[in-house]
Design a protein around this ligand. Sequence first.
Ligand code: 6R9
Length: 573
Amino acid sequence: MLDSFFLPAEQGVHELDDLETVRKSFDWKQAEHQFSWHETGKINAAYEAIDRHTEKGSADKVALYYSDLSRDESYTFGEMKKLSNKAANVLKQKADVRKGDRVFIFMPRSPELYILFLGVIKAGAIVGPLFEAFMEGAVRDRLEDSEAKVLCTTPELLKRVPYQLLPHLKHIVLVGDGINEDEYFIDYKKAMDQADNDFLIEWMDREDGLILHYTSGSTGKPKGVLHVHEAMVQHAQTGRWVLDLKKDDVYWCTADPGWVTGTSYGVFAPWLNGVTNIVRGGRFSPSDWYQTIEKYGVTVWYSAPTAFRMLMSAGKVLAEKHNFSSLRHVLSVGEPLNPEVIRWGWQVFKKRIHDTWWMTETGAHMICNYPSMKIKAGSMGKPVPGITAAIVDDSGIELPPNTMGNLAIKKGWPSMMRAIWNNKEKYDSYFTSNGWYVSGDSAYMDEDGYFWFQGRVDDVIMTSGERIGPFEVESKLVEHPAVSEAGVIGIPDPIRGEIIKAFISLREGFEASEKLKEEIYHFVKNGLAAHAAPRKIDFKDKLPKTRSGKIMRRVLKAWELGLPTGDLSTLED
Ligand code: 6R9
């Protein structure tokens, strides 16, 4: 078992202080009353996120602080309302956007990205955010599959858009300077200058499409996960339960909108709750990030294990130069959160880092650590009220506690995906005949109802008759002072079935050597189990990761075994 430790529950007023009582009585219907559509039946997530607050006296409150190396700006809810109205007018009048059309955004993080994002939704279209780093093939696959009608991009990124080959693409909105406008290309700045400040919002049905997130499968082409307007119920509610958002918070989610975390919790959750949201553009840099927390007085901070591990590697000396006293609540998502990272967070920020588990397909938080819960380091926590989770076997039968199996969620929650675009067969394959959504993750539940992640089902290793989750081994590895990050896979072995191989990137100041391999092997052997210790170790400068920071174990495996690597469009450069 993992070297776990406990951190006590937080004192204070949190919506889930009485978690078990809320769980017993809660129904998602109760969460709808906060929205205006509860009275009118008319629904639009952008209206609820922005306009509603301006009508409730928050027009002058800052909605967005944006900064990067060259810009430093702020926008109130009133300004965001006006600008997203203008953007919606541009899209509707100049680009002929209609309800249900797919409009993609392929841009670096910037205020314009968020303004267009909201504008697309106000116009009733389905928004498709893309990572700016996508290459031509990745852009083409997504625009083709979704039959996108309009793309918003920049003149620089246009070089990676094969628009001549995309017959469905009718217009491109260009955000930048020196644009030659014609029927096809729309100059964003010019059009925004001319656009009206008012816009008649396209009112939607709760089951109408809101957002299309492409997520890479392990093989084949990426799949388009569709979410509907009703998802906002869960974005807003979990924003308060899990992110612990309160009216005066200054919230920073470090994720890019190309990743679902950057939309569900980088756009919807904070703004549906009327909270000030920070967006930092540009690349990751430890000192920049620490300065961002200090400069804005960030109170709630949502990031990912990979970022925390990089901050950890940057050392305590740098951290000690900064003041983190504004932080009240820190959270993590995207990958298993190693106990070592929690320990570090406790020392450096004097805060517990709260792990949260969910997926593009689930649209919002599923299994989480709440402020009012004792944290068992290494566990993802417990299901949010309104969510039933279990460990099931391959036919959907529930397994007893402490048994490794498929992590599954009982079908039917507001932010559940409603379709895989153009692929009903794929969509249906997620669900068992008795109503479970099967996540593809392997986990177990302990006797207290905490869930423990083991790895993707495909990544689980069988060695000497034991099933081992790569996460356990990786977490032990990063406890070693030389190890910055580790990715663990099973490789075939004639005697043991599989043996464990670890790919390791070292912390600064450590040299790769046979002696170090030996030492690391014994460190895991003595700290975890002999059969879990990596018999093979490779040192790498960098591990292959997705743009959302996930270690791509299937790529490590493909390298190792000389197999095809599958779709690499989300691989970080
Ligand atoms: C939100 C997001 C989903 C997959 C998921 C799992 C991994 C996410 C995790 C976690 C362990 C956590 N994952 N959160 N694993 N602990 N707290 O990440 O969505 O990009 O679709 O990835 O990420 O394997 O199945 P997405």
